[in-house]
Ligand binder design. Structure first.
Ligand code: SF4
Ligand code: FES
Length: 240
């Protein structure tokens, strides 16, 4: 068991009021999320954070750990180096309390890209299969696992100065739907992403989003792909 000093942000009713340091004792395999639970159970029952699955699947525990957005349940203090670490709310999102943020602005942008599947033939009873060697399968293989954690949104330097920007995750979602040959809402999404102020042209190619994504999604590359495709005015979808 190793003792750690954990500095956590504190806030009430959406206003950050400061920070507080607690001492916790953790085994090597324990995570930052375990440290947050220990603070809540042993020091302050009112300390607030978000989590659900505890195994890196739901995305709700994303926080800023030592200044970088990460999943608390997948980050081990033993790998952070040193006997202390800091946990703060994700940047670019409003604080509800302590290190818990509201994801509402993230999902407002997500909704703007028509994230749901819009089938070309909703009455069809046939299975719409996509071949393994198709453009969709090849281009999207490493981009489909988003867990809507908001880490990329918190890391984005452009998002910090532009509330209207869609953000990397919403753009990646648009990309997945736009090159899906079964989907019919390409035009609607193109109109949203092809915008200098709020769409792909707002990205400054900083790669912060790609660097923090816990699922390894190459978000900046997605944005660059969409910029090129939009410039060419070529059809996004290929049937094979
Ligand atoms: S793209 Fe990655 S960092 Fe962004 S919300 Fe999805 S899983 Fe999280
Ligand atoms: S609690 Fe679900 S990803 Fe961490």
């Amino acid at each position: 068991m190793t003792p750690y000093r954990v500095r956590v942000a504190r806030g009430e009713q959406g206003i950050r009021t400061g920070a507080q340091t607690f001492t916790v004792t953790l085994e090597d395999r324990m995570t930052v999320l375990d440290a947050l639970f220990q603070i809540q159970r042993q020091h302050d029952p009112g300390f607030t954070f978000r989590c659900a699955c505890r195994v890196g699947m739901c995305g709700t525990c994303a926080t800023s750990i030592n200044g970088l957005p990460r999943l608390a349940c997948k980050t081990r203090p033993s790998q952070l180096g040193g006997g202390e670490f800091t946990v703060e709310p994700l940047p670019n999102l409003p604080v509800i309390k302590d290190v818990a943020v509201s994801m509402e602005p993230f999902f407002e942008q997500w909704k703007r890209v028509t994230p749901g599947f819009r089938p070309k033939n909703p009455q069809s009873r046939e299975l719409a299969l996509i071949p393994a060697e198709s453009q969709y399968q090849c281009e999207t293989a490493d981009k489909r696992d988003c867990i809507t954690c908001g880490a990329c949104y918190g890391a984005c330097g452009v998002k910090s100065t532009s509330g209207e920007y869609l953000g990397p995750a919403a753009i990646n979602r648009a990309f997945l739907r736009m090159i899906d040959p079964r989907d019919q809402a390409v035009g609607e999404r193109r109109a949203v992403i092809d915008n200098e102020r709020t769409g792909v042209w707002r990205c400054h190619t900083q790669y912060n989003c790609s660097a923090v994504c816990p699922k390894g999604i190459t978000l900046t590359d997605t944005i660059q792909w969409l910029k090129r495709a939009t410039m060419r005015r070529a059809p996004f979808q290929k049937q094979s």
